[in-house]
Design a protein around this ligand. Structure first.
Ligand code: SF4
Length: 176
């Protein structure tokens, strides 16, 4: 079997929704080579070739697969976490077995727009992040050249839900 084991390494409640959990898990094999094949097969996946990540949204759950590990947000509970790990293992092994029949796809099909990210920023244009405007910061976040931690106002209590939305969009892009 190509991917033999996925082992959970971290689990805790989601920050904005304590009813749900997020978790991380580690693969027994580096599966980076398979990600472009899964990208070709799973039509709504978001593949980021630069950082070798592939994200799949399953209703409200966000599943990001990296070469050697997995990060999942908004899972319902621990038993669902194990089901998701089994699903990922099956997806990887099934794709590996069929890889000679699949044309790998290295491009990202779609990603959140700058305006979608901007919508959730504080829109103060205060320049504390080092950018002239929040819009410029949103664009840098999407290109992976800025970290959300540089925007201090988004960490204020009133912006908690907006921060989570931005984090989910960044996770969709494969950024941790
Ligand atoms: S620190 Fe945040 S609120 Fe201030 S300009 Fe940057 S993105 Fe906008």
């Amino acid at each position: 079997m190509y991917l033999k084991e996925i082992k959970m390494t971290f689990i805790q409640p989601c920050t904005a929704d304590a009813e749900r959990i997020r978790f991380k898990a580690k693969f027994s094999t580096d599966i980076s080579e398979i990600l472009p094949y899964i990208n070709a097969d799973v039509k709504d996946a978001i593949y980021n070739n630069k950082i070798q990540s592939l994200t799949i949204r399953k209703e409200f759950r966000i599943i990001t697969i990296y070469g050697t590990n997995l990060a999942v947000s908004k899972a319902v509970n621990e038993s669902e976490a194990y089901e998701i790990m089994d699903l990922v293992k099956e997806l990887v092994n099934n794709t590996y077995e069929r890889k000679d029949e699949i044309e790998p796809l290295y491009e990202m099909r779609e990603k959140p727009s700058t305006l979608e990210v901007y919508k959730y920023l504080p829109k103060l244009n205060c320049k504390k992040c080092g950018q002239a405007t929040c819009l410029a910061f949103a664009s840098k976040l999407l290109s992976g050249t800025q970290n959300i931690r540089s925007c201090r106002p988004i960490y204020e209590e009133d912006n908690k839900e907006n921060l989570e939305e931005i984090k989910y969009m960044l996770q969709m892009m494969g950024y941790e």
